[in-house]
Ligand binder design. Structure first.
Ligand code: ASP
Length: 363
């Protein structure tokens, strides 16, 4: 609406250019300045550490403190880069690497286990200036998949690499930022026990139908808790560039090479300087079907919605109607931030150009 009014004013102003009345011109210029969209923040950053059945009653104060500390460390690292005039892309990568290296989240170290008892990781990265993007799916020996996703964007002619090929690409780079590790590196006892619990449940079920089984597992509150924890980040830098990234281990007990939304550009990650950047977390199949991240950007671009309206429409209405659960963190080109989810909680944090920090977990 504001945009239309501004455009209308520009039209009137141009028409008046032939009018020698300087006063009228000045009045109109003042009117344009008043109506031009104002920056909420000249740079900003927002992160998530997964959405799910995150409830205060299931948390201990010690665990809560650990999440708070790690989310703060991660966002401050990205914020520092932005404050010093660094790029949104560098901020996103730095923030996500810290969460990937922490066993608290379902990405990098601490990723969930596949049905076959290994860790298989997905990540994606997008530059809102060029609309260039990179992603990897099913990597098993790359320590920081987010950095590899960025390399796919910058150092290959492709957007999405998968499996052993993606790991081979990582090795071929000979880049100290792209560390190669044994799959054992990703092991955590917690996540391994989560897999054992799901496998036992599966074995004990009389119902052998795979689809029904999958549904039962998805409805199990405890399993729901253990399968989330993807991480993501969106940043806006001082030059008005937006970048977004997402990294995950996917879902506990995933089989048959299942890939979720996280490495899918438009579902798990999207960035466009004209509109916004988005990183998703939740039940990936629904985020793919809903093209959640791109849909938010499209609503802003084509329906002229605000970021708040678009994230609300896509998460609270469209995704919820599909039956999907999860959330997004997003920010627009004016530095507005949105953290929208339809689950009981989402690990999240944001910071603006005033250095104001918000960290939250519950609804
Ligand atoms: N979206 C991820 C996936 O489906 C999981 C998550 O966000 O926790 O693979």
């Amino acid at each position: 609406m504001k945009k239309y009014f501004t455009l209308a004013c520009i039209g009137v102003l141009l028409a008046c250019k032939s009018d020698p009345s300087a006063e009228t011109t000045h009045q109109l210029e003042a009117s344009i300045a008043a109506e031009a969209p104002q920056h909420t923040s000249s740079y900003a950053i927002v992160i998530h550490g997964g959405a799910g059945t995150i409830k205060k009653e299931n948390m201990t104060p010690a665990l809560e403190a650990q999440y708070e500390q790690k989310l703060t460390e991660s966002i401050q690292a990205g914020h520092k880069i932005l404050a010093q005039g660094g790029s949104a892309m560098d901020a996103v990568e730095a923030s996500i690497r810290i969460m990937e290296d922490s066993p608290l989240f379902n990405s990098g170290k601490g990723a969930v286990f596949t049905h076959d008892g290994i860790n298989s990781l997905d990540a994606s990265f997008m530059d809102g200036k060029s609309l260039n993007a990179g992603a990897v799916a099913g990597v098993t020996t790359t320590k920081n998949p987010i950095s590899l996703a960025r390399k796919v964007m910058t150092d290959s002619e492709h957007v999405l690499l998968s499996g052993p090929g993606a790991d081979a690409f990582a090795s071929s780079l000979n880049d100290p930022q792209i560390e190669i590790v044994d799959n054992q590196y990703f092991y955590t006892e917690n996540r391994f026990q989560s897999l054992q619990r799901v496998l036992n449940r599966e074995k004990n079920q009389e119902e052998k139908n795979d689809k029904k089984m999958a549904q039962l597992i998805l409805e199990d509150a405890w399993i729901k808790d253990t399968k989330y924890g993807t991480v993501g980040c969106v940043a806006l830098d001082k030059n008005g560039n937006i970048a977004a990234g997402t990294s995950t281990g996917g879902m506990t007990n995933k089989k048959y090479g299942r890939i979720g939304d996280s490495p899918i550009i438009g579902s798990g990650t999207y960035a466009n300087n004209k509109t916004c950047g988005v990183s998703s977390t939740g039940h990936g199949e629904y985020f793919i079907r809903g093209q959640v991240a791109y849909d938010i950007s499209a609503m802003m671009e084509y329906s002229h919605m605000s970021l708040k309206e678009a994230t609300d429409a896509v998460i609270q209405q469209k995704l919820t109607q599909l039956g999907g659960t999860g959330g997004v963190v997003a920010l627009d080109h004016l530095g507005n931030i949105s953290m929208e989810f339809n689950t009981p909680g989402m690990y999240r944090a944001s910071m603006n150009d005033q250095g104001e920090l918000q960290v939250a977990m519950y609804k």
